[in-house]
Design a protein around this ligand. Structure first.
Ligand code: UN1
Length: 498
C-alpha cells in the first residue's frame, strides 16, 4: 500500500519539516507483517531546545488570539480528520496493528475531541465571586501555562495525542510533542493536518525520538512548564520524580489492572460479550483492557465454558482484513513479555484453560500474534492477577459475594477502570461508589471511555489529573485570581471590612 510517501520522517519545528541534528533513526515495523513502513529519526536534545524556543515565541501571540478563534482551528482540524478518516485508520492499523474497525473508532475519538474542544473555545469558563469589600469585583480566570510537553504512547497514538494537544491549544498554550517511536505516522499525519488547518507556526512542534533522550530533554527545558504523559508506570514514576525536583507540573496516566465482576444474577451472554471485547479487543493492549474477572462461584463453570467457546471463534490476523477481530502485539519485546506471564501463571498454580502461546503457523509467523488466553482458579495475590500484562490474557478469580469481589477488584496497585454485570439495582449503586477506579461501567466491559468525560484513575494509575473531558483543561491552565477595585480608594482586605 502506498499510503506513506516518505522514507524517513522529519521533525516539525516552527512550522517547518526539519532534519534532526542527529542522524540516528529506527525502523517503524508493521506488527502484523514485520514489514518496515518508514524510518523515524531519533532526535537529539538540541532538537528539543529548538522546538521549545519556537514554541515559546509562538505562544506569546497565540495566547492573544481570542479563544473562539483558536477553537476555529481545532474545528477545521476535526473536519480534515473526518474527511481523511479512512486513510488515517488504515495507516493506524498498519503501524499499530489494531484491527481496522477499532482503528476507525480511535480516529473517531480524535474527531470527537476536536469538535468538543472547539466548543470549549466559547466556554473556557472562569468564575465570578463576591468580594468581601464594597465596590470591588473578583473573578477567577483560566490562563494558559505557556509551553507544554506531551508524551504519547503507541497504543492510542492519535486519540491520546488529541486528548492532550487539543485542550492545550484551545487554552492558548504551545506544544512540544514526543510521540512513541513505534507509531510516529499518526503524529506526522496530525501535524500535517494542523498545518493545513492554519495553526500558526510554532504552536505545535513534533520531535521524534526516544524517551531517554527527547523525553529527558523535555523535562530539562525550564520553559516547558507541564509534562503530560501516558505510558508505563515505571517511566511515569521517573518523570514525576524529575518534574517534582523542578517544580514542573506533571500529569500521568499509567495503566491498569482492570477487573470485571460477574454476579450470579448477571446476563451471562452480555457478560461474555463484554469480557471478550474489553479483554481481547486491541489484543489486550489498552490501559483500560479487562485482565481480571471476579466471577461468582455459582456461575463460574458456565462462564468458563461460554468464554472458551467464544474465544475459539475469534479470528486473529492482519487487522486490515475486515473479518479479523484480534490483531498482533506491538513488537517482539511485548510478545515475549506476554509469554513470560504464562509460565508465571502456571508456576503460581493457575489453571490454563485456553491459549498461552505465540502463534507461529502459516501467516501468523510473519507477525507478533499471541493466542487469546484464559486462566482460571486464579488467586487474587498471584502475579498474573496483580501486574499489568498488556496482552490478551485474562484471569478468572472465583468469588463468593459482591463484597469479596469489590475487595479483590480494589486490591491492586492500579485504579483505572472496572465493571460489574448484575441486575441488582442496589449492587449497581454500591459498585459505582465502592469500586476504587477512575472509571466504572455497569453491564459493559472495562473499555470504551467517551472523550467528554474525564479519563484517568486512582492509586498507581496516575497522580490525580485527568485526560480528556473538561478536566483536561486543569492540566493546561493556571487559575488566575483577578481583583478589580472600583471604589477609588485603597481598601485593605481583611482590615477595612465593616
Ligand atoms: C488507553 O488505552 O490508554 O476507553 C486509552 C477506551 C478508549 C481509550 C483507551 N476510549 O478503551
Amino acid at each position: 500500500m502506498t499510503l506513506i510517501h516518505e522514507e524517513q520522517l522529519k521533525n516539525f519545528i516552527d512550522g517547518k519539516w526539519v532534519e534532526p541534528s542527529s542522524s540516528k533513526a529506527t525502523a517503524v515495523i508493521n506488527p502484523a507483517t514485520s514489514e518496515t513502513l518508514v524510518n523515524v529519526p531519533l532526535s537529539a536534545a538540541s532538537d528539543v531546545e529548538k522546538a521549545t524556543s519556537a514554541a515559546k515565541k509562538a505562544q506569546k501571540s497565540w495566547a492573544l488570539v481570542p479563544a473562539p478563534q483558536r477553537a476555529e482551528v481545532l474545528y477545521r482540524v476535526g473536519l480534515i480528520m473526518k474527511e481523511r478518516k479512512e486513510r488515517l485508520s488504515q495507516l493506524l492499523t498498519m503501524e499499530n496493528g489494531k484491527v481496522i474497525e477499532e482503528a476507525r473508532g480511535e480516529v473517531q475519538e480524535g474527531i470527537d475531541m476536536a469538535f468538543y474542544m472547539a466548543g470549549e473555545g466559547r466556554r473556557l469558563f472562569g468564575q465570578t465571586t463576591p468580594s468581601e469589600l464594597k465596590d470591588k469585583f473578583a473573578m477567577s480566570v483560566r490562563a494558559p501555562v505557556g509551553v507544554v510537553g506531551i508524551i504519547t504512547p503507541w497504543n492510542f497514538p492519535i486519540a491520546i495525542a488529541t486528548w492532550k494537544s487539543f485542550p492545550a491549544i484551545v487554552a492558548g498554550n504551545a506544544v512540544v510533542w514526543k510521540p512513541a517511536t513505534e507509531t510516529p505516522i499518526m503524529a506526522y499525519e496530525l501535524a500535517k493536518i494542523f498545518e493545513e488547518a492554519g495553526l500558526p507556526k510554532g504552536v505545535i512542534n513534533v520531535v521524534f525520538g526516544s524517551g531517554s533522550t527527547v523525553g529527558e530533554a523535555m523535562i530539562e527545558q525550564d520553559d516547558i512548564r507541564v509534562i503530560s504523559f501516558t505510558g508505563s508506570n515505571e517511566v511515569g514514576r521517573g518523570i514525576a520524580a524529575k518534574c517534582g525536583q523542578r517544580l514542573k507540573k506533571v500529569s500521568l496516566e499509567m495503566g491498569g489492572k482492570n477487573g470485571v465482576i460477574v454476579m450470579d444474577d448477571a446476563d451471562l451472554s452480555l457478560a461474555v460479550e463484554g469480557i471478550l471485547w474489553s479483554a481481547y479487543g486491541t489484543s489486550g493492549q489498552r490501559c483500560t483492557a479487562c485482565s481480571r474477572v471476579m466471577v461468582h462461584e455459582k456461575v463460574k463453570d458456565e462462564l468458563e465454558e461460554r468464554l472458551q467457546r467464544e474465544i475459539a471463534k475469534l479470528s486473529i490476523g492482519n487487522g486490515l482484513d475486515e473479518s479479523i477481530k484480534v490483531g498482533p502485539i506491538i513488537n517482539r519485546a511485548g510478545l515475549e513479555k506476554v509469554k513470560s506471564y504464562i509460565s508465571v501463571g502456571k508456576e503460581e498454580g493457575a489453571k490454563l484453560l485456553t491459549g498461552g502461546y505465540i502463534m507461529e503457523n502459516g501467516d501468523h509467523k510473519k507477525g507478533n500474534y499471541f493466542a487469546p488466553t484464559l486462566f482460571t482458579d486464579v488467586k487474587p495475590d498471584m502475579r498474573i492477577a496483580q501486574e499489568e500484562i498488556f496482552g490478551p490474557v485474562v484471569s478468572l478469580i472465583p468469588v463468593k459475594s459482591f463484597e469479596e469481589a469489590v475487595e479483590i477488584n480494589n486490591g491492586v496497585e492500579f485504579g483505572l477502570s472496572s465493571s460489574i454485570f448484575t441486575q441488582n439495582v442496589n449492587q449497581v449503586f454500591a459498585a459505582q461508589r465502592d469500586l476504587d477506579t477512575g472509571i466504572v461501567y455497569v453491564n459493559a466491559g472495562t473499555t470504551g471511555a467517551e472523550i467528554h468525560l474525564p479519563f484517568g484513575g486512582t492509586k498507581g494509575t496516575g497522580n490525580g489529573h485527568r485526560d480528556s473531558g473538561v478536566a483536561a483543561l486543569d492540566v493546561f491552565t493556571e487559575w488566575k485570581a483577578v481583583y478589580v477595585d472600583f471604589s477609588g480608594k485603597l481598601q485593605r482586605a481583611q482590615i477595612d471590612v465593616e
